[in-house]
Design a protein around this ligand. Sequence first.
Ligand SMILES: *Cc1c(COP(=O)(O)O)cnc(C)c1O
Length: 453
Amino acid sequence: MSFDSQSLRLLGDALKVLEGGFSSLPQCGAVADCAAMAEVLREVASRLHDNYPYHHPFYIGQMLKPPHPVARLAYALAMWINPNNHALDGGRASSAMEKEAVAEIARMFGWKEHLGHLCGGGTMANFEALWVSRQLHPGKGIAVSEQAHYTHARLSAVLRTPLVKVPADGCGRMDPEQLEAVVKSGAIGTVVATLGSTAVGAVDPLPAILKLRERYGFRVHVDAAYGGYFKLAGNLGANAEAAFQRIGEADSIVVDPHKHGLQPYGCGCVLFKNPEVGRIYQHDSPYTYFTSDELHLGEISLECSRPGAAAVGLWATLRLLPLATGGEFARMLEMCREAALDLYDHLQQDRRFAPLFPPELDIVAWAVRSPSARQSTRLARRVFDAAAERDVHLALATLPKAMIEASAPVDVWDDDKITCLRACAMKAEHRQWMPEIVARLGDAADAALGPGK
Ligand SMILES: *Cc1c(COP(=O)(O)O)cnc(C)c1O
């Protein structure tokens, strides 16, 4: 039994409370044709079999996991109303919940004041942050690490802002010396620091970047779409710890509640340290903003219609699991990191594998030891398939020689990159399941590579 259906009972109870708030209205609403819907729903359930088992701890591949049950239920509850957080007219309660939830995320980063809102995801959130940066530094470029999410290159093309890729070091972190060489000319208006890179969870050296800001005066935008919540984890290494300590000194921050925040998709968050950037969004709306003088979220968001339910799900989750260091939610992140460290230790002891470097967050990448780079890539795919046959689902990531060289998995570099195996241990349960996962990975490696140890 791996799907919880017990909690559905709670939805019935909550729905009655919701209905109570509208009880003065006359009865309305046709009863749906349940028989026809039941048939469709069974068909939907069958169609959904064609997925990896994202909910199960054996899925340890991409950044995918199901939402917390309370998020799922609160989101579903809101669907009976379907609020639109574009404007207060579309969702008064859910707009208030969004402001509260976003303020709690801002407080996690040490901000008592901020401007921010939820949006479709990390892409949209980064888009708004880069757009605001461009408005503040017109004609200047954006610098990102070459390991930054590819969305930054696309977004800067959309914004018609030049983008410079700064080389990363052997651990996938932006190299501050290389950054200085780029910003020296004064042509860079914004530096994007990634705290938790998508490929390997690398944390850019924010303290060094902030030091360069003092000298060169660019904006610092932190893309923490994946890593942001690790601000709460008490078991980070020195580099990540130092970066998260100072995250509040950034000018803007992006974090995705739909990645590590236990939310359904469609929940990103952008935050600005200086609320005055709100003037950049200023516009007149002939349609929507007549019901109050209070701030409508649509006035500080590029997207118009947005799911109020996303705010409701997030608000409910934060109510149950507040963003406190030492709290239950923080513990979950710490367990993810422990799981990743366990996996790293195990891989180090298996002579068939070459883990690249200790994980900074909860993502581990490792190459297959082999005579040549191309052969290593082929074997990684074989291990990936063999693990999947044993129900353990990993991911693959193609990484540059510079990040792999130090772990020396190959003798001959007949390619400048290697496809590595990659695992995102982003479920707290991965900690407990790791022995079983590594046992199955061992069997998969026996089948794909021959016996090791
Ligand atoms: C996932 C991710 C993004 C993109 O966010 P989406 O929510 O997928 O749109 C951007 N940056 C980083 C670092 C990410 O991990």
